[in-house]
Design a binder for this molecule. Structure first.
Ligand code: CP3
Length: 340
C-alpha cells in the first residue's frame, strides 16, 4: 500500500503534503504522560514493547502520516561508554569530556547497548505506518559529550574544545561517525522507512568550521543510509546561509528551522533536494483561527509550486503544547480542500 510520506520522499506527490512532527512521540501526548507516572523516560526507552507503543502513539492520537522511533540521540554516547543520567532538567553526563580529556581513550563502541532499539523497531515496523529512524549528527552529539548537559545553550566548553583540541575533535568525529553508520545500518535492517540526522546545534559554529570539520561526516552517514535504499533527511538547525550548500550529495530532504522563510529556503537549497518544515512550534499556542490563517497565507501557496515538501515544525513540539491544537493543525493539513 502506498503511503503519502514515503511516496513524497520518493518524488510521487499526492493531493496534499504529508505531515509528522519532531518530538511528536512524548510528553505532549496524554497517553504518554500516563505511562510516565509509572516509568522513567529511560525505562520507557529501553522497554521495546512500551517504546514501540509510544512510537506509534502519535499516529492514532494526533493523526500524523509517519512515526518516529521513540528513543534519543544520546544513545550513541552511552554505547561509547559514557554514563548518562536523565534529570528533570534534561540529560546529564557524569563525566563530560571537558573535565577529563583522558576519558576519550576509554571510549569504545558497544553495539549490544543498542539492542533494545532494534527490538523496538521490530515491533513498531510490523504495520503499515512508516517509521523514521534517527541519530544525532556528530557535532550535536559532541556538544553533549564534551559539555555534559544542555544547560548552557551556547555550549562554550564544546567550542573551546574544538578550537584548542583539533586532533581530539577529529578523532571523536570519526568515532561518532563510525558508530552512527553502524547504528543507522542496523535500524535499516530492522525495518525503518526513512532516516533523519539531527544536527540541532549546527548553528553554533561558523559555517567555515562546520563545513571543514563536520560536513564530510554528514556525507559519509548519508551515503551509508542511501546506499541501502533508504531516504535521508538532514536537520541542520540554525545553518542559515549554509542552506546554499545543501546539495543532493548531502541529503534527499533537508529540514528547515522556523527562522528561515520556507520560500527563501527553497531558493537557497539545491532544486533536487526536498524540504521539510518549518512551522514555528510556538504557533501551536495561538488560537485555532490564527493557526488556520498562517497556514492559508504562508504555507498553502507552497504546495502547488513545490510539492517536494513534508510538513513539520521548525524544531520539536514544545513542552505543554495544547494537544488539541496539534490535532487541529494536523486535520487542517489533511483536508485536501485547503491545498486547492
Ligand atoms: O521526536 C520524537 O518524538 C522521537 C523521540 C526523540 C526524543 N529525543 C525523545 C525525548 C527524538 C528524535 C529526540 C532527539 C533529541 N534528543 C535531540 C534532537 C532534536 C531536538 O529536539 O533538538 C536532542 C538535542 C536530544 C537530547 C535531549 N533529550 C534533551 C536535551 C532532552 C531534555 C530536554 C527535553 O526536551 O526534554 C531530552 C529528553 C527527551 N527526549 C524527552 C523525550 C520524549 C523528554 C523525556 C521525558 O521527560 O519524558
Amino acid at each position: 500500500m502506498g503511503n503519502l510520506f514515503y511516496d513524497t520522499l520518493k518524488g510521487k506527490y499526492g493531493e496534499r503534503p504529508p505531515v509528522w512532527y519532531m518530538r511528536q512521540a512524548g510528553r505532549v501526548l496524554p497517553n504518554y504522560n500516563k505511562l510516565r507516572e509509572s516509568f522513567s523516560f529511560s525505562e520507557l526507552m529501553t522497554n521495546p514493547e512500551l517504546a514501540a507503543r509510544i512510537t506509534l502513539m502519535p499516529v492514532a492520537d494526533i493523526g500524523v502520516d509517519a512515526a518516529i522511533l521513540f528513543s534519543d540521540i544520546l544513545t550513541i554516547p552511552t554505547a561509547l561508554g559514557m554514563e548518562l543520567q536523565w534529570s528533570d532538567h534534561g540529560p546529564v553526563f557524569t563525566n563530560p569530556i571537558y573535565k577529563d580529556l583522558s576519558s576519550i581513550q576509554t571510549f569504545k563502541f558497544d553495539p549490544s547497548k543498542l539492542s533494545h532499539v532494534y527490538k523496538t523497531l521490530d515491533i513498531a515496523t510490523k504495520g503499515e505506518t512508516p517509521v523514521i529512524g534517527f541519530c544525532g549528527a556528530p557535532f550535536t552529539t559532541l556538544c553533549y559529550m564534551t559539555q555534559g548537559t544542555s544547560q548552557k545553550h551556547d555550549f562554550p566548553e564544546t567550542k573551546k574544545f574544538i578550537y584548542t583540541e583539533k586532533k581530539k575533535t577529529e578523532y571523536l568525529i570519526e568515532l561518532i561517525t563510525e558508530a552512527n553508520i553502524e547504528y543507522a545500518k542496523e535500524q535499516i535492517k530492522h525495518g525503518i522507512s526513512a532516516f533523519q540526522l539531527f544536527d540541532t546545534h549546527a548553528g553554533l559554529l561558523p559555517l567555515s568550521v562546520y563545513k571543514e570539520l563536520f560536513l564530510p561526516s554528514i556525507k559519509k552517514i548519508s551515503e551509508a543510509v542511501r546506499s541501502a535504499g533508504i531516504p535521508f533527511i538532514f536537520f541542520p538547525k540554525g545553518i542559515s546561509s549554509g542552506l546554499s550548500f545543501i546539495t543532493p550529495d548531502i541529503c534527499d530532504f533537508v529540514s528547515i528551522d522556523w527562522q528561515t522563510p520556507l520560500l527563501e529556503a527553497r531558493r537557497m537549497v539545491h532544486d533536487e533536494v526536498g524540504l521539510q518544515g518549518n512551522i514555528d512550534p510556538f504557533l501551536l499556542f495561538a488560537s485555532k483561527e490564527t493557526i488556520a490563517e498562517i497556514m492559508s497565507k504562508e504555507y498553502a501557496p507552497m504546495f502547488s509550486k513545490y510539492p517536494k515538501w513534508i510538513i513539520n515544525l521548525g524544531h520539536g513540539v514544545a513542552p505543554t503544547t495544547p494537544i488539541e491544537n496539534l490535532i487541529f493543525l494536523t486535520e487542517w493539513i489533511k483536508n485536501p480542500n485547503n491545498w486547492k
